[in-house]
Design a binder for this molecule. Structure first.
Ligand code: G6P
Length: 317
C-alpha cells in the first residue's frame, strides 16, 4: 500500500568540498586549488608563484621563455627579492650577491599546508582557503659570495589562496648573533589584456626615483599612472594606501600592503623586452605590468633574535 505521507529520505552525510593540495612527482612544485575553482602554483625554486587563477582567469604573467627548471630566476609570476633589491651597492654586506639577492634562486622547503573550510555548507562550496608555507634558512644556501655568509636567518613565506585574493607574507627572523640589514619585495608580474589601457592609481602625488633616468628624483603626477613606454619607478609611499590597477577604467586588481612601504612600477617595453633572452612572446610586454610591493628604498635593520613581518594581498576583481 502506498503511504500518502511517506517520510522524506534521511540525507546521507554530504561530503563538504575541501581545498586540494598536490606536490608534483619530481617534488619541484606545489599546486593548491579551492572547491570554487581558484588555484595557485608554486615552484620550490625561489618559492616562485608561477600561476594564480581566480575569477576564471590567469592573473599572473609568466614569460613563455621563462626557465622553470631551476637554472635561472623565473621571468614572471611572483619572484621574491631578498636581501637586496637591484644590483647590490658597493661597500655593503650584500656586495657580491646577484641582482635582487638569493631568495629567488634558492630552493625552498615546503613546510606544509593549513586549510579552512569554515563556511562551506552542503548547499554551497563556501569560502574555503588554503595556506602554503615555505622555508629558507642560511643552512640551505650554497656558497654565498658576500659578507652574508656570516649571517644567520630563517624565513617563513606563506602563500594563502582565498576565493577572491592571494596573500603572500614573510616572517624574516635573525637567528644569529649579528645584526644585519636587508631589503625585500614581491616582484609581482600582473597579467593584463592590453598595457595601453592600464592605469595604476593610489600613487598620485608621490615622488619617485626614475631608473630610466639614472635614478633621478621626479615629482609625482596628479592622475593615475598610464604606461606608454619603458617605466621603472621606485615610489616610497606610506604603508596603508591602496593601489588599484584598472583596465579600460575598470578596476582589475587591488593591492593591499602590510609594512611594505615602497612600490616599484615596471614595464620593460619593446626594446628592453627584446634584450631579455627569457622574455616572451616578443610583444609580451603588452600583457604585463609589474607592481611590486616591498621595502627597498632604505635598509631595514634586523637585530639578533628579532623577526620582521610584512606582506601583500592582491584582490582579483
Ligand atoms: O631582470 P631582473 O633582474 O629580474 O629585474 C627586473 C626588474 O626588476 C625591477 O622591477 C627593477 O626595478 C628593474 O630595474 C629590473 O629591470
Amino acid at each position: 500500500m502506498e503511504r500518502s505521507k511517506k517520510p522524506a529520505n534521511i540525507p546521507v552525510s554530504p561530503t563538504i568540498p575541501t581545498p586540494n593540495v598536490s606536490i608534483s612527482q619530481d617534488n619541484s612544485r606545489i599546486t593548491a586549488s579551492l572547491p570554487t575553482g581558484e588555484s595557485v602554483e608554486v615552484l620550490l625554486y625561489g618559492a616562485t608563484i608561477i600561476s594564480w587563477k581566480a575569477k576564471g582567469k590567469e592573473n599572473l604573467f609568466l614569460s613563455s621563455k621563462a626557465h622553470l627548471d631551476g637554472s635561472k630566476a623565473v621571468r614572471g609570476g611572483i619572484p621574491l627579492v631578498f636581501p637586496v633589491f637591484g644590483p647590490p651597492p658597493a661597500d655593503h654586506a650584500t656586495t657580491g650577491l646577484p641582482q635582487h639577492g638569493f631568495a629567488r634562486t634558492s630552493k625552498w622547503e615546503y613546510l606544509g599546508k593549513s586549510t579552512s573550510e569554515s563556511s562551506a555548507t552542503p548547499n554551497s562550496k563556501g569560502d574555503a582557503s588554503v595556506k602554503l608555507d615555505f622555508g629558507l634558512s642560511h643552512t640551505m644556501l650554497d656558497k654565498i659570495p658576500s659578507e652574508w655568509k656570516n649571517y644567520e636567518f630563517g624565513i617563513t613565506y606563506s602563500v594563502t589562496l582565498n576565493k577572491e585574493d592571494l596573500e603572500t607574507s614573510f616572517a624574516i627572523r635573525n637567528t644569529g648573533e649579528k645584526d644585519w640589514e636587508f631589503q625585500t619585495l614581491f616582484h609581482t608580474y600582473l597579467a593584463v589584456d592590453n598595457i595601453s589601457q592600464v592605469s595604476v592609481s593610489g600613487l598620485e602625488g608621490a615622488s619617485y626615483k626614475d631608473k630610466t633616468q639614472g635614478g633621478k628624483e621626479v615629482k609625482g603626477t596628479s592622475g593615475p599612472i598610464t604606461i606608454g613606454g619603458e617605466v621603472d619607478r621606485n615610489y616610497s609611499q606610506g604603508p596603508t594606501k591602496l593601489i588599484t590597477i584598472a583596465e579600460k577604467n575598470k578596476p582589475r586588481y587591488e593591492l593591499y600592503r602590510d609594512l611594505l612601504i615602497d612600490v616599484v612600477v615596471w614595464n620593460p617595453w619593446e626594446t628592453k623586452a627584446k634584450g631579455m633572452a627569457d622574455f616572451g612572446p616578443e610583444d609580451g610586454y603588452k600583457k604585463m605590468i609589474c607592481v611590486e610591493a616591498g621595502s627597498v628604498m632604505q635598509w631595514n635593520t634586523l637585530e639578533a633574535g628579532d623577526t620582521w613581518e610584512g606582506g601583500q594581498r592582491i584582490k582579483a576583481l
